[in-house]
Design a protein around this ligand. Structure first.
Ligand SMILES: [Zn+2]
Length: 289
């Protein structure tokens, strides 16, 4: 009976909002499953049209599927996560709001070129017994995001959304998420050598802080590996306050300036909509200017 009442309520909502697509219905079903099909009070709590609309719009615009539980088997046995349940709803709603606003920055044609198929929102995400805020599964074209890990750090989740996506982009467009791009390597000072990769630096305090510690690098984390350096520049370009920071630093740092140009050119080759107008519009949105 509870199922029926909930379904009827949602169908009424569906018709009322005039959404003529099946993906929206699928989204509702996912949220109903998440709610455990409980009381009407729960439904009102979960299915605020605002949050449903945000995900439905992303699914329609980008052709990606969102999941919260019963994920397909990942490519690595060491990749583990827990499903979200009704106890996670309030965090999930906050996360959806952030994710929608960050992901909506991408032109749809760009996301199609990157091959992204699925986004899994989860908790207790880990790989090789190391907890992570996000993990890309390149082979299933899936991005996993832990809606909790690091969420109290200001701006961290917005950064992670773009950073992990970039690792998938590198795999898709350059054939290897750990591609040691020789053209990028040449942008560094001749005597510079990267560290042992991002995984080796996961537990180092403040390594990810954007403080321009070395010429050419936005953070120490960027210096741990070439693949991390590129992901850091990409994520910085996409997020308001970090974009502003790296543009300021680049005025007196030619290495950083050439990396930013390299990244913008690369993205423009993938998708012509990522052009000068795109960056200036993003800046307007980011900085309210
Ligand atoms: Zn990374």
């Amino acid at each position: 009976m509870g199922h029926l009442m909930i379904s009827e309520y949602m169908i009424q909502l569906y018709v009322k909002n005039d959404y003529h697509n099946y993906k929206f219905t699928a989204c509702i079903i996912i949220l109903l499953a998440l709610a455990g099909c409980g009381s009407k009070a729960q439904i009102h709590q979960i299915c605020q049209p605002l949050h449903i609309q945000k995900l439905a719009r992303l699914e329609n615009t980008y052709g990606v599927k969102f999941s919260y539980n019963d994920f397909a088997k990942p490519s690595w046995d060491s990749l583990k996560s827990d499903d979200l349940t009704e106890t996670d709803l309030s965090r999930l709603k906050e996360y959806i709001t952030l994710f929608s606003s960050e992901f909506s920055k991408y032109p749809p044609a760009f996301v199609v070129k990157t091959g992204l198929k699925q986004i899994c929102f989860c908790k207790n995400l880990e790989v090789g017994r190391q907890y992570r805020a996000a993990i890309p599964d390149y082979y299933t074209e899936t991005l996993y995001y832990d809606i909790y890990r690091g969420h109290t750090q200001n701006g961290y989740h917005a950064d992670v959304i773009h950073h992990e996506y970039y690792h998938m982009i590198e795999q898709q467009l350059n054939g290897d998420a750990y591609y040691k791009d020789p053209a990028w390597a040449r942008l560094n000072a001749p005597d510079f050598k990267y560290g042992n990769g991002g995984a080796a630096a996961q537990s180092v305090t403040d390594v990810g802080v954007y403080n321009h510690p070395i010429q050419g690098f936005a953070s120490l984390y960027a210096a741990t590996g070439l693949e991390e350096d590129k992901a850091v520049i990409f994520a910085c370009l996409m997020v308001a306050k970090n974009h502003k920071k790296i543009m300021q630093w680049s005025q007196k740092d030619t290495i950083l300036a050439t990396k930013i140009k390299y990244m913008k050119d690369f993205l423009n080759q993938i998708c012509s909509a990522i052009n000068d107008d795109f960056w200036s519009e993003l800046s307007d949105k980011n900085f309210g200017g």
